[in-house]
Design a protein around this ligand. Structure first.
Ligand code: MN
Length: 128
């Protein structure tokens, strides 16, 4: 649903630009964080509708950060979608076990990315 806040936690500048461009193009208000620590702070302060969480981050990694968000009652309801560069066997199970609502692999498919993410917002929204 355009207008909703989406928090993108991603340390790779090119991927940050791509995901934010796609989300902003679809009308979302995008918040950016380059580390898990900054992302957790932003989640607490801004209460986004959804968090896109890179798994491989410097310092605190993405799934540990997700566990922290899910352990906090004020951020627990926010769906977290994991983003990983490596479609490793077992990653999806690890992401779900950490509390992620789902999983998107990089490189992202620019044609379906926003629609895929919207599945986790619980809305069916068409941009076609
Ligand atoms: Mn990364």
């Amino acid at each position: 649903m355009p207008g909703l806040k989406v928090l993108v936690i991603e340390d790779n500048a090119a991927n940050m630009e791509l995901t934010c461009d796609l989300l902003e193009g679809a009308g979302y208000a995008v918040l950016r964080a380059e580390t898990a620590e900054a992302g957790i702070s932003a989640a607490l302060a801004e209460r986004p509708a959804l968090i896109l969480m890179d798994i491989a981050l410097p310092g605190l990694e993405g799934l540990a950060a997700t566990q922290r968000l899910k352990a906090n009652p004020s951020t627990r309801p926010i769906p977290v979608v994991a983003l990983t560069a490596h479609a490793m066997r077992g990653d999806e199970e690890h992401a779900l076990a950490a509390g992620c609502a789902g999983y998107i692999t990089k490189p992202i498919d620019t044609r379906t990315f926003v629609r895929d993410l919207e599945c986790y917002l619980g809305h069916v929204v068409s941009h076609r």
